[in-house]
Write a protein that binds this ligand. Structure first.
Ligand SMILES: [Fe+2]
Length: 312
């Protein structure tokens, strides 16, 4: 079947799907859904409790931490203007629930994947749009589900690292999976020797290994990217294993040795995970977002600091 969004997927890439970094071409950047007008309307339809504006560290301070910015009562156009001139980032998630055009796009993308990649049939998938300021970066982090990044506007460089120690410590991944911390993890510049470095232009797409740590640097232009996330039986088992290990390590002081996603030890962790979540015990340890700035398209960085730091 001819693909309308994704370019040709070679056999060697479909065979290695999920096992190494895969680069493909796409046509999403030709879609008017990603014009300024359309993006501004989308920002207005997306509540900031779901998609907050994030203040990003500058490229000269890669270890700087993230902050959150209030955007209530601002038009989508004003927010977009602030992102164009500031060092900000908005990640609009689950757009298939907001706009049927994104739901159709998501369905088409995964239908095309399904036609080209034998056995790839996620039971859950989602689509988001990431808009970020010129010259900014997304700090070193790891994501929980399977991830693909589709470049729409602007250029960016992505650094991908192996999903193992020392680049990704088991305890850090467990904390991300359990929602104890956000996706950020400790970064060391010596890791770069092991990084896979890829430059993305509009029309480029990447998919990488599950939980693979990465960081991103924007070129000096506004960046618009689409992210798709997916869950398969394997990613769900990996989630349960890491969640169970995290409970055992953090709450019971054990040091889990196994990362198997089959067998009795794995199923015991599924039990631990289910019990822990069912008891609502996670609520006590979940992180809270703290809003430190207010979006302001007229300010040099696109934001002004708030006098106090109320918890969201
Ligand atoms: Fe990411």
């Amino acid at each position: 079947m001819a693909s309308s969004i994704i370019g040709p997927i070679e056999k060697k890439d479909s065979a290695d799907w999920g096992l190494r970094t895969i680069r493909l071409q796409h046509r999403l950047h030709e879609n008017p859904l990603f014009s300024d007008e359309s993006l501004a309307a989308l920002i207005e339809r997306t509540p900031q409790s779901v998609s907050p504006i994030v203040l990003m560290p500058g490229r000269d301070n890669p270890k700087g931490s993230w902050g959150y910015c209030d955007r209530s009562d601002l038009s989508g156009e004003a927010v977009l203007e602030a992102i164009k001139r500031g060092r900000l980032w908005i990640n609009m998630l689950k757009l298939e629930e907001v706009d049927s055009r994104f739901r159709d796009l998501l369905d088409t993308i995964f239908e095309e994947f399904g036609n080209a990649i034998p056995g790839f049939s996620p039971f859950r998938k989602t689509i988001g749009v990431l808009i970020s300021s010129p010259g900014t970066q997304v700090s070193y982090h790891a994501d929980v589900p399977g991830q693909s990044l589709w470049q729409i506007r602007g250029q960016k460089r992505i650094y991908l690292y192996p999903p193992r120690e020392p680049f990704l410590k088991a305890a850090n991944l467990e904390n991300i999976i359990r929602g104890v911390t956000e996706e950020e993890i400790p970064y060391d510049a010596t890791y770069d020797e092991y990084a896979e470095i890829c430059d993305l232009e509009p029309g480029d797409m990447m998919h990488w290994v599950l939980n693979g740590p990465h960081r991103v640097e924007n070129a000096d232009c506004l960046n618009v990217s689409v992210t798709t996330e997916h869950w398969t039986p394997t990613t769900r088992r990996s989630f349960a294993m890491n969640y169970g290990n995290g409970v055992l390590r953090r709450e019971f002081g054990w040091t889990p040795k196994s990362h198997k996603i089959t067998g009795p030890a794995f199923w015991a962790k599924v039990g631990v995970t289910a019990a822990w979540r069912a008891m609502g015990l996670q609520q006590k340890t979940a992180f809270q977002r703290v809003i430190t700035n207010r979006v302001d398209p007229n300010a040099p960085d696109g934001v002004v600091p708030l006098p106090t730091s109320p918890a969201e």
